[in-house]
Design a protein around this ligand. Structure first.
Ligand code: ING
Length: 319
């Protein structure tokens, strides 16, 4: 018996530093309407979807970056998105910079049902880049400066979505997709749909060596396809793309099935909706055969994964 959820990836084009949240929210409402017109029941927006990717800008005083953060969700600026979801009866995922009442800062994603209830919140755990200005870099990537490491783990929730009584949904954000541990923690909670927004530069800005340009997209797809396949889950990876104040982010948003196949892919680097019917019953095959975790995993052999942070040198062969 199939359990079909029609999911949309609502890819965003660039948001310039000078553009207000109202511009982004209006664009997202239009994308939600287009997704709904194509039958979408859940709309997934990117990471930091309300503003430009501000971690590329260095602020000596961190408080100057507070302008990019939301102190309330919903707020006056984001209320139109919640209203549109209610009007269209769709759920949505939104990535944004969260400033808590206690003054803590997180790179956050939420899952919201059509009634406007926040059903799940995730705070980014794998923060790439650096905390201090790096003169060697052509472009800064200061997520470690502006965000704390997420403190909510990788949660999964089973909740109604679309026409289904229960869908096991989880989230990760951008760099998280490159870490198999993140996928497996979600997989160990029987996740059926992983939502991951991203803002990924199309060029390697670190002065650490040449990386062929095509590898950026290859690595992003490789990470998502492998994560979905190895945890028998659907995945929706959604970009904010295009050139923001001269800095290029790639698009290539994709929707992937539990076999690791790409069901739909964006072809622009701008606002674009892609949609796929996800039959969540397709998770069952992998989960009950090759990735039946209870039958095949050997946690006693994996202790170094949580015992260690960095790699150690192997013993020398004594021939
Ligand atoms: N962006 C990038 C990402 O992980 C990055 C940073 C790019 C890291 C390429 C390594 C290689 O997709 C964010 N925001 O995490």
């Amino acid at each position: 018996m199939s359990r079909i959820l029609t999911v949309a990836a609502a890819q965003l084009g660039p948001i310039q530093k000078a553009e207000g949240r109202d511009v982004a929210v209006a664009r997202m409402v239009r994308l939600m309407e287009r997704a709904h017109a194509r039958g979408a029941e859940l709309v997934v927006f990117p990471e930091l979807a309300l503003t430009t990717f501000f971690p590329r800008h260095f602020n000596a005083d961190r408080a100057e970056a507070d302008r990019w953060f939301e102190s309330a969700m919903p707020s006056n600026e984001t209320a139109p998105l919640f209203a549109a979801a209610k009007r269209l009866n769709v759920g949505f995922h939104l990535g944004y910079a969260e400033r808590t009442p206690e003054g803590r800062h997180f790179n956050t994603a939420i899952l919201v049902n059509p009634a406007g209830q926040i059903m799940l919140k995730y705070r980014k755990i794998h923060l790439p880049g650096h905390a201090e200005f790096d003169p060697r870099r052509a472009v800064q990537h200061l997520e470690k400066r502006y965000f704390e490491v997420g403190d909510l783990g990788f949660p999964v929730i089973r909740a109604p979505m679309g026409g289904l009584d229960g869908v096991n949904m989880g989230m990760m954000i951008c760099n998280d997709r490159r870490w198999p541990e993140a996928w497996r923690v979600l997989g160990l909670q029987s996740v059926e749909l992983v939502m991951v927004g991203y803002n990924t530069p199309s060029l390697n800005q670190a002065a650490a060596g040449f990386e062929a340009h095509h590898l950026r997209v290859f690595h992003s797809h490789l990470s998502v396809q492998a994560g979905a396949y190895q945890n028998a889950t659907f995945a929706v990876a959604v970009a904010k793309a295009g050139t923001e104040d001269g800095n290029e982010l790639f698009g290539h948003s994709i929707i992937v099935n539990p076999q690791g196949e790409i069901l739909a892919q964006a072809t622009s680097w701008d606002d674009e909706v892609i949609v796929a019917d996800c039959d969540l019953e397709a998770c069952r095959l992998g989960r009950t055969t090759i990735f039946a975790f209870d039958k095949h995993r050997r946690p006693e052999a994996y202790t170094s994964i949580t015992a260690q942070t960095g790699a150690v040198e192997p013993p020398e062969w004594q021939g």
